[in-house]
Design a protein around this ligand. Structure first.
Ligand code: SF4
Length: 320
């Protein structure tokens, strides 16, 4: 059953240099219990997508078009009071960099308790009991509930962030680079934890990551974002093994495999375009080795290349 439907979502920021269209007409759906990865380089609109869905954009940003329908209700139509009822209860976000997201001068347990009291109106004693259960759920000793962030390791802080985002049993969890800055072993543990929680609570998940190996380990499907647009979307298998868009292919080439060496995504020549003055045609044409004259003038549309697999490239048939 479709739980979350994002349609033609468009988000702009007003900056001193002009208007930036950070998310440019993206659409995707999420079934109950399903996980989708939003992948791409930094600055491609992944986090802005999450902030637009949860209505947590900073003042300079606004959604100018589209809809975000959760359980049949368009979240973009709600006023601030109404959206607060859905945020954390129905859709929660675990921010990247737990180090910065947690309040350093407040006990970690109290940060979770505060959010349970605010959203569920529980008594302090019941909220504390629930916070201890959440600690156990994310495999932190509940006795550490009265410790401060500086007393936790990086991995434990990330677990605490996940516990906080689960405080109100959300139907959809958005993980924004939840394993960035963690070493490989801790990263694997956090991914295992997310997988277990997703199965246990039949929770749907949007995982934002620049690392395709994290996406492949955790998600059912993936949307590749470039310069605010989805340039390819499909199952994880289709994105990893049958990618069609040259940008996806470049990202996949950084994915470790037993036959090849690992290259970092940053090895893609050039950088994403300046969205204050984006190029004409395909936004990727200045970095694409397959670009033709048509690519410089005509924006490609997202079109089906296989069952449930879509790509936005004029040369998708040849490149498939
Ligand atoms: Fe490259 Fe052209 Fe395809 Fe864009 S449309 S990805 S420039 S081949």
């Amino acid at each position: 059953m479709c739980l979350l439907k994002v349609r033609d979502l468009t988000t702009q920021f007003n900056t001193s240099k002009g208007v930036v269209k950070a998310v440019d007409g993206i659409s995707f759906e999420l079934e109950e219990g399903e996980a989708i990865g939003l992948v791409g380089e930094s600055g491609c609109g992944k986090t802005t997508t999450a902030l637009s869905i949860t209505r947590l954009l900073p003042e300079s940003g606004r959604v100018t078009h589209g809809s975000v329908t959760l359980n049949g209700k368009n979240l973009l139509d709600l006023n601030e009071k109404q959206i607060r009822r859905h945020r954390w209860n129905d859709i929660a976000i675990a921010f990247q960099g737990a180090m910065n997201a947690l309040n350093p001068v407040m006990k970690i347990g109290d940060q979770i308790i505060e959010s349970i009291i605010y959203h569920h109106g529980k008594s302090y004693a019941n909220a504390r009991k629930r916070a201890m259960e959440l600690f156990e759920l994310v495999e932190i000793d509940p006795k550490r509930i009265d410790q401060y962030p500086h007393e936790f390791s990086g991995g434990m802080k990330q677990r605490a962030m996940i516990a906080m985002s689960l405080a109100c049993d959300p139907k959809v969890l958005i993980g924004d680079e939840p394993t960035t800055a963690l070493d490989v072993m801790v990263q694997a543990q956090i991914l295992d934890l997310l997988e277990r929680l997703r199965e246990e609570f039949k929770m749907s998940m949007i995982l934002i990551t620049h690392d395709l190996s994290v996406m492949a380990d955790t998600c059912d499907k993936a949307a590749v974002m470039y310069a605010g647009k989805i340039v390819e979307i499909g199952s994880v298998e289709q994105i990893i093994s049958k990618s069609t868009h040259p940008y996806t292919k470049k990202l996949v080439s950084s994915f470790p495999n037993i036959n090849g060496k690992r290259e970092l995504p940053e090895s893609i020549p050039g950088a994403p375009p300046d969205l204050i003055d984006p190029p004409t045609g395909c936004y990727f044409h200045e970095r694409c080795e397959f670009a033709t004259d048509q690519c410089k003038t005509d924006p490609p549309l997202l079109e089906e290349v296989g069952a449930g697999h879509f790509a936005a490239c004029h040369r998708k048939e040849e490149l498939a």
